[in-house]
Design a protein around this ligand. Structure first.
Ligand code: 5GP
Length: 206
């Protein structure tokens, strides 16, 4: 499948700082938009329907999946999450760049569908630091933390399948790294040809 816009996929174990990094990236880059996923999990805290996620029941989610309404979907930590076609197709057909903030299973499915998708994995600087960040985030129950750390080991092992790796040791450096990846992707020949067609035409470039 091919659309004119760029597709960036960001994955990380929980606690690595993925959401904050993507949020900072979006604030710096008006041409990027994040896709809002569907999930069967219940909203947490201040989360709003249509802002963080589209919250749907498990049956509705499964019906959507059966109707082929997701580009990818996966079970993560016992809940279902999916990227709906409608969420990104419209933007990408108009040449806009989209970021998906999803888990590694979804990222690998997206790469199968869109080989030109850019897969970025965010790593914590160490296991100790990840554990401390999870604890600071308010997950004080040692069992919950231990479970997340177990999941993190499985998730981190998938980083080698990704195109880029960003180590989130210093937040601002990691944001800069993300921004550089997005910028470099936009400068690729194929992307430039799509977006600077008048220049390419004038220079007789194929
Ligand atoms: P949370 O419930 O903490 O918001 O998210 C749990 C995990 O599910 C995170 O790794 C998040 O990136 C991932 N996730 C969110 N949306 C999607 C999606 O549409 N597809 C997949 N495969 N994973 C998702």
């Amino acid at each position: 499948m091919e659309y004119p816009g760029n597709l960036f996929v960001v994955a990380a174990p929980s606690g690595a700082g993925k959401s904050s990094l993507v949020k900072a990236l979006l604030e710096l880059d008006a041409k990027l938009d994040v896709s809002i996923s569907h999930t069967s999990r219940a909203p947490r805290g201040q989360e709003q329907h249509g802002r963080e996620y589209w919250f749907v029941g498990k049956d509705e989610f499964k019906a959507m999946a059966e109707r082929g309404e997701f580009f990818e979907w996966a079970e993560v930590h016992g809940n279902l999450y999916g990227t709906s076609r409608a969420a990104i197709e419209a933007r990408m057909t108009h040449g806009e760049d989209v970021v998906l903030e999803i888990d590694y299973q979804g990222a690998l499915q997206i790469k199968q569908l869109f080989p030109y998708a850019v897969l970025i994995f965010i790593l914590p600087p160490s296991w100790e630091e990840l554990q401390q960040r999870l604890a600071r985030r308010g997950d004080t129950d040692p069992e919950v933390i231990a479970h997340r750390m177990e999941n993190a080991r499985v998730e981190v092992a998938q980083a080698r399948h990704f195109d880029f790796v960003v180590v989130n040791a210093v937040f601002d450096t990691a944001v800069f790294d993300l921004k550089s990846i997005v910028h470099a992707q936009r400068l690729k020949y194929a992307a430039q040809r799509r977006n600077r067609s008048a220049v390419f035409y004038a220079l007789n470039l194929p």
